[in-house]
Design a protein around this ligand. Structure first.
Ligand code: SPD
Length: 387
């Protein structure tokens, strides 16, 4: 049945293309010295590492197969305490507020830079992580974390627009432009049926900046104010700001008909509404012709983690081929793990809404750290959320 999703997305994407014209050294193989009184004995699989009895993992919502966590717990006798966050900024705020207790976190590319500069991340020593060899070379040594000194790549994806199949407003063509989020004349056809935007300041500002023809990483105050004003004039047409569970609570339940969306979340909504008789799901995904964000989320260890050896051991586990594949087969986000490919559902690997073809990838841009201009972004975001 999945081939129909593939074909649907291929047709849709073709239409878009036409329209577009220092923690301690050591790792999983090293002898650990942390929390000796509370550690479990070393096992064959864990090598010389003595693992802590618990590990606190803080991730994006619906971003791991729970069986992956259960398998780790069973194999190594480590209880995982799992919690989720909604945005990079929420994660940063939590860490800056002095949250202690998290051992593994998953910030995106540009946020890794901010966290390194703030001294919030431990070093991880990928040379001591055997499974780092499974990572595709294209994802190693990224500009946001030279030498992978602090993080390993976890999953990646793109940001676009997800829309309700069958809605008359999208019958003639898929939403192929950010105008579907920002132009009141375009939105009036479906505003009453509900529009959601990601509750994420860099992502929403990037969408507005793309639409205005500016860089999604602009540091120019005038351009950022124009993006803020565009967002403020569109805001009355939006029903919700939600980046945490919009696909399950808003899309799948038909509370809305269009959403600013991350690619894997849209694919989850597609499959969770899949109708065998119709041979399709209710939610499709489009990459706007003006350009869109490409992101990579990363497994990192907070500098104040008290269980850094166990955290490294867990991150190494996440890079096992079968484990990385299980995660992608659950989340529908692409994996940076080359060795995982043979275990990933071929229909996911060949799905252009998940692994973008070159003509779509060419439209994607990374968000980067904007330095002190982040204070202008914060100011714009306060105005956006406050009015
Ligand atoms: N439901 C999981 C969503 C993960 C998305 N991470 C995106 C970060 C983009 N800056």
């Amino acid at each position: 049945m999945k081939k129909y999703f593939w074909i649907g997305l291929l047709v849709m994407l073709s239409a878009v293309a036409v329209a577009c014209g220092g923690g301690p050294a050591g790792g999983p193989g090293a002898a650990a010295t942390e929390a000796p009184a509370a550690e479990s004995p070393a096992t064959e699989d864990s090598g010389e590492v003595q693992l802590a009895p618990e590990l606190s993992v803080y991730n994006w919502a619906d971003y791991i197969d729970e069986q992956v966590l259960a398998d780790y717990e069973e194999r190594y006798g480590v209880r995982i305490i799992y919690d989720t966050f909604a945005s990079n900024e929420d994660l940063l705020t939590k860490l800056q507020a002095g949250a202690s207790g998290y051992d593994v976190i998953f910030p995106s590319d540009y946020m890794v830079v901010q966290m390194i500069e703030l001294g919030l991340l431990a070093e991880i020593d990928v040379d001591s992580m055997p499974n780092f060899a499974n990572i595709n070379e294209a994802f190693k040594n990224p500009p946001y974390d030279p030498g992978n000194a602090h993080c390993t790549p976890y999953q990646w994806g793109m940001t676009g627009i997800s829309y309700r199949r069958g809605n008359p407003a999208f019958a003639d063509s898929p939403p192929d432009s950010w105008a579907y989020l920002f132009d009141p004349a375009v939105m009036e056809k479906y505003t009453a049926e509900g529009i959601n935007v990601l509750n994420d300041q860099r992502e929403l500002m990037a969408a507005a900046l793309f639409y205005l023809g500016y860089s999604p990483n602009s540091t120019d105050r005038a351009e950022l104010e124009a993006a803020r004003d565009l967002i403020l004039q569109a805001k009355p047409s939006w029903k919700t700001f939600n980046s945490e569970d919009y696909y399950s609570t808003l899309m799948e339940s038909d509370e809305i008909v269009l959403s600013h969306a991350w690619s894997g979340d849209a694919a989850q909504a597609f499959w969770n509404t899949y109708d065998e008789a119709e041979g399709t799901g209710n939610w499709l995904f489009s990459v706007p012709k003006e350009g869109a964000v490409r992101f990579a989320d990363n497994a990192c260890i907070p500098a104040n983690s008290k269980r850094q050896e166990t955290a490294r051991h867990f991150i190494n586990y996440l890079m096992e081929p079968e484990v990385a594949a299980a995660i992608t087969n659950f989340t529908f986000y692409p994996s940076p793990n080359e060795a995982a490919k043979e275990f990933i559902d071929p229909e996911i690997l060949n799905n252009p809404g998940i692994y973008p073809p070159p003509e779509v990838a060419a439209k994607l841009e990374w968000l980067v750290d904007v330095g002190d201009a982040i204070f202008i972004y914060d100011e714009m975001w306060t105005a956006i959320k406050g009015q």
